[in-house]
Design a binder for this molecule. Structure first.
Ligand code: DGL
Length: 272
């Protein structure tokens, strides 16, 4: 069996996994959350790169031929090096894809003002990956980033729907619109953030819209598999799903059920 690997530092990638499985339930999937070392958001480039590479090598040992980094921080800081330096050495026939490019490709059609915002972790915003990707594709679009370092802990600690979350959600939206009042489209450039959607919508100006990236990543993956039969052939189709975490599997199963709206079982791995 050669499942598709889906990776995140923790639970956030489950929001992407849900959309991918909704669109393509026929494939086999393995999800890995590196919960023991999450969050990645404020870690150095070197560390995120090393952790992500270790995860990718683990997926390859599980026979995955295709791995999706369902984590913006890992996509921003590790994807390019893995694709250009590591894959040619490890196995040029395997593929690792990220979430930033497919999201960047989809945004132009959504904005009328051509002023777009990206909310993300410190690492993603500082990398300027969204500005660079969107700038390459749509140079007429202005992109403003805002790092929201408290949002991942709010989600990971199940505070995303509590009163305390209001303060941090409002704070960052106010800062964002102070930087550029013409923004009409906001990308949730962190896979944890869709869980804060209700709060975000509450404090959003009327003419602005928030988009979460799972749907776009799923559509882009479907399109990719259609265009690359040599990769698609290697993805087995028994509709299985396995969850792994580097931390407590009981804790993972309990938390993941919130993201997925269903009970699951998880296994622990040390990435060996
Ligand atoms: N889910 C990750 C992302 O999309 C961030 C979580 C973290 O900081 O580890 O960027």
């Amino acid at each position: 069996m050669t499942p598709i690997g889906i990776f995140d530092s923790g639970y956030g990638g489950l929001t992407v996994l849900s959309e991918i499985r909704a669109l393509m339930p026929e494939y086999d999937y393995i999800y890995l959350g590196d919960n023991a070392r999450a969050p990645y958001g404020n870690r150095s480039f070197e560390r995120v790169y090393r952790f992500t590479l270790e995860a990718v090598q683990w997926f390859f040992r599980q026979e995955c031929h295709l791995v999706i980094l369902a984590c913006n921080t890992a996509s921003a800081k590790a994807l390019r090096s893995i694709q250009q330096v590591n894959l040619p050495e490890i196995d040029p026939s395997r593929r690792v894809l990220g979430v930033i490019r497919p999201t960047a490709e989809s945004v132009a059609a959504l904005s009328k003002s051509n002023h777009i915002a990206v909310l993300g972790t410190e690492g993603t915003i500082r990398s300027r990956s969204y500005e660079l990707e969107i700038g390459k594709l749509y140079p007429h679009i202005t992109v403003t980033g805002e790092a929201c370092p408290m949002w991942v802990p709010l989600v990971e600690n199940r505070e995303y729907d509590k009163a305390g979350a209001d303060y941090f959600v409002r704070q960052h939206l106010e800062r964002l619109f102070a930087k550029d009042p013409l923004i009409d489209t906001i990308i949730l450039g962190c896979t944890h953030y869709p869980l804060l959607m209700n709060k975000i919508n509450q404090y959003l100006p009327k003419n602005a819209e928030v988009i979460s990236q799972g749907k776009y990543v799923a559509e882009a993956l479907k399109d990719y598999l259609q265009r690359h039969p040599e990769i698609e052939r290697n993805c087995t189709k028994n509709g299985t799903m396995h969850y792994f975490t580097t931390d407590s599997p009981e804790e993972f199963a309990q938390q993941a059920s919130i993201f997925l709206n269903q009970q699951i079982k998880a296994l622990q791995t040390n990435l060996e």
